[in-house]
Design a protein around this ligand. Structure first.
Ligand code: NZQ
Ligand code: ZN
Length: 387
């Protein structure tokens, strides 16, 4: 097992009715900016619950953070933070709102052009951001219990990630009741995103980190078993709770400790969102199968272990089991009605491989993957395989 340090300071308030407790988590004299998205919280009652919980606090609001949080919009919110002398941020939303809030937390005290923060090497924000908490409304990204974030800039077709130890939420509320109002399309996105988060930290080379590998496999199995229950028309509170906690556990740092991690699927996937606006999770389902086939030799041991332990495939050689594992993964995505080919999302897919190669070369992203040996040319071939 590799050496590691582990610290996750986010306090989780899990369960029905926990939103009411946020007033205990935020200092009484805080000047709060409540940040939310396109308005779903106003029709599903979450907005009212938050306002009721904070009725004795001073609360300003900033709504309208779009999915794939947009830099231009966030710069507006930054003005509000400065004008109103905000001291505490509260994200009420999915990954986009929480990510946007993390960026604002980092940018609030940054003197230069805020986009510079995104241009620095990932996760190097060492200082303390403005304190913030979150009320999660959409299980998917794990942003509620990690310190990373991803921001888009339409003007330049970029989608870049950043983060750092000073950007964990102080608290996050995980109330499974919020799942009642989520459209099925977003629920399957959430399952696919969390599932791929586990794969990025697991589908590398066999390791000696037995516990991390088995926790990872357990999250995958739980997501597979929970999927039909959370997609059923009848709301199942316990299934919703399991789904929510799986998403958080998939990316709160635990399973990546002591092992090598990949993240090439995300790096390439973000380009597809930046070029075509494809939902984040769906870009992952497009890239993952091609990535695993392209890097089959390096990953076949783990792919075979995945097939065996997660899907119960006991027959065949390592190679046969590994290929079966990829097929099972694709079938799982298809069972969620998630398509796995780029051409199924856009007619303008020709030339994407070249575009990715150019972008990664320009950004000096010369070594992706767990061994940092995937070149922009490799990324280009992976994208071409996914057409
Ligand atoms: O904007 P509103 O009106 O709130 O509607 C949202 C949005 O349209 C809606 N929604 C959220 N909760 C709802 C709801 N609708 C009804 N009922 C509810 N309870 O769902 C839509 C999508 O929301 P969004 O926040 O964009 O989705 P998600 O949570 O999947 O976040 C995606 C973003 O997170 C980034 C992605 O790249 C993408 O930008 N990621 C962040 C990560 C992190 N911070 O660790 C890791 C991930 O890999 C990912 O990259
Ligand atoms: Zn993701």
């Amino acid at each position: 097992m590799l050496n590691f340090e582990f610290k996750n300071p986010t306090k989780i308030l899990f369960g029905k009715g926990e939103i009411a407790k946020i007033s205990n988590e935020i200092p009484k004299d805080a000047n709060i900016l409540m940040i939310y998205g396109g308005g779903s919280i106003k029709s599903n009652g979450i907005y009212d619950q938050v306002k009721e919980a904070l009725k004795n606090h001073q609360v300003h609001e900033y709504g309208g953070v779009p999915a794939n949080p947009e830099y231009e919009v966030l710069v507006e919110a930054l003005q509000v933070i400065k004008e109103k002398k905000i001291t505490y941020l509260l994200a009420v939303g999915g990954g986009s709102v929480i990510d946007g809030t993390k960026f604002l937390s980092a940018a609030a005290n940054y003197a230069g052009e805020p986009w510079e923060i995104l241009k620095k090497p990932v996760r190097t924000f060492e200082g303390e951001g403005m304190p913030f908490g979150s009320v999660l409304t959409l299980p998917a990204t794990g942003s509620e219990m990690n310190s990373g974030y991803v921001i888009s800039r339409r003007e330049t077709n970029e989608k870049l990630s950043s983060g750092g130890p000073g950007l964990f939420p102080q608290f996050s509320v995980l109330d499974p009741e919020v799942i009642r109002s989520i459209p099925k399309k977003q629920i399957v996105n959430g399952i696919t995103d969390a599932y791929t988060h586990v794969l990025e930290q697991y589908m590398t080379a066999p390791s000696s980190a037995d516990l991390q590998e088995r926790i990872a496999e357990s999250i995958l199995i739980s997501l597979q078993e929970t999927a039909p229950k959370v997609l059923s028309d009848d709301f199942d509170y316990n299934a919703a709770g399991n789904f929510m906690w799986c998403c958080t556990m998939a990316l709160n740092g635990l399973i990546q400790k002591g092992v090598i991690t990949d993240w090439a699927v995300h790096a390439i996937g973000h380009e597809l969102t930046a070029y075509f606006g494809i939902d984040h999770a769906r870009t992952l389902a497009v890239i993952a199968p091609s990535h695993y086939r392209y890097n089959f030799e390096a990953k076949k041991g783990k792919l075979a272990q995945y097939a065996e332990r997660v899907w119960g495939i006991k027959e065949g050689t390592v190679e046969e089991k590994a290929e079966q594992g990829i097929k099972k993964m694709e079938e799982f995505f298809h069972s969620l009605d998630i398509k796995t080919k780029l051409s199924e999302y856009t007619e303008e897919y020709q030339g994407t491989a070249e575009r990715v190669e150019k972008a990664f070369t320009e950004r000096n992203w010369l070594g992706l993957g767990e061994h940092k040996n995937l070149t922009p040319q490799d990324a280009s071939k992976i994208v071409a395989m996914s057409y």
